[in-house]
Ligand binder design. Structure first.
Ligand code: NAD
Length: 256
């Protein structure tokens, strides 16, 4: 499959799953726009590395996905054929002590950013008669865990938003789907381990085995390359009639 000539914007892509997806899209020939809010030399260097490795155009655009205007500017600065809404953060606490500012930020980055980027990207996709929107939701978009109220609410929200986007774009060559990963060992997951250790009174290995992979029947983390491959498939012609749905990459979690 070739994505030559297509441009993909991947939000939150200087690390983890977003970077893995950007690399796989570039491997398939797409030009890529990397994003985060950090704007460090290393962020621009990542784009240069992808350009050199895969022979595509790659650049980094700083934009804060917690701010609607930044989300829309990111899309305005790119000729976006493929939009991957991936930026996301996590915070773990019981509902009655969940900090309000953390709730607001998680909803802004994990849910509202996708509204702003999608709203900005759809008119050009509709005009071209081709487009792909892929929302990186989570197994937590289909099921819940204690202490992750904002994250689970945002991820369920993005699954609903995916369906609405698909319906509004149906028959226009533009599809929208959500990918629902189980656990992938990225910096986001690493950062949850200390809080979860505290919450459950467990050591690191026990948290990984008993809490994180407890619900992942394969007992293996999914990889960023597998997620990139899934996004590539959703961008292919074979997936032209797949829209408004979720694809789980979770080692069987949601089959339980
Ligand atoms: P990560 O922490 O490695 O990456 C998160 C990315 O989001 C980073 O590139 C970061 O720079 C970016 N980001 C954070 N705040 C931002 C902001 N305000 N503006 C712009 N960019 C911002 O985490 P990850 O595990 O790669 O997570 C990526 C996505 O995958 C998230 O939406 C997450 O919810 C989802 N997900 C991850 C897992 C997992 O197990 N790792 C499982 C299911 C879903």
């Amino acid at each position: 499959m070739s994505l030559n000539g297509k441009t993909a914007v991947i939000t939150g892509s200087n690390s983890g799953i977003g970077l893995g997806i950007a690399r796989e899209l570039a491997r398939a020939g797409a030009n890529v726009v990397l994003n985060s809010f950090t704007n460090r030399d290393e962020d621009h260097a990542l784009a240069a590395e992808i350009a050199a490795e895969f022979g595509v155009e790659a650049r980094y655009v700083a934009a804060d996905m917690s701010k609607g205007a930044d989300c829309r500017r990111l899309i305005a600065e790119a000729d976006c054929d493929i939009l991957v809404n991936n930026a996301g953060i996590q915070f773990v606490a019981p509902i009655d002590s969940f900090p309000t500012d953390k709730w607001d930020t998680i909803i802004a980055i994990n849910l509202s950013s996708a509204f702003h980027t999608t709203a900005a990207a759809l008119p050009a996709m509709r005009e071209k008669g081709w487009g792909r929107v892929v929302n990186i939701a989570s197994a937590h978009g289909l099921t819940a865990s204690p202490y992750k109220s904002a994250y689970v609410a945002a991820k369920h929200g993005i699954v609903g938003f995916t369906k609405v986007t698909a319906l509004e774009m149906a028959g226009k060559g533009v599809t929208c789907n959500a990918v629902c990963p189980g656990y992938v060992l990225t910096p986001l997951v690493e950062a949850q381990i200390p809080d979860t250790m505290k919450e459950y009174g467990m050591d690191r290995e026990t948290v990984i085995r008993e809490v994180m992979l407890a619900r992942q029947p394969s007992k293996e983390f999914a990889t960023v390359e597998q997620l990139g491959g899934t996004v590539n498939f959703l961008c292919s012609d074979a997936a032209a009639q797949i829209t408004g749905t979720t694809i789980s990459v979770d080692g069987g979690w949601t089959a339980l």
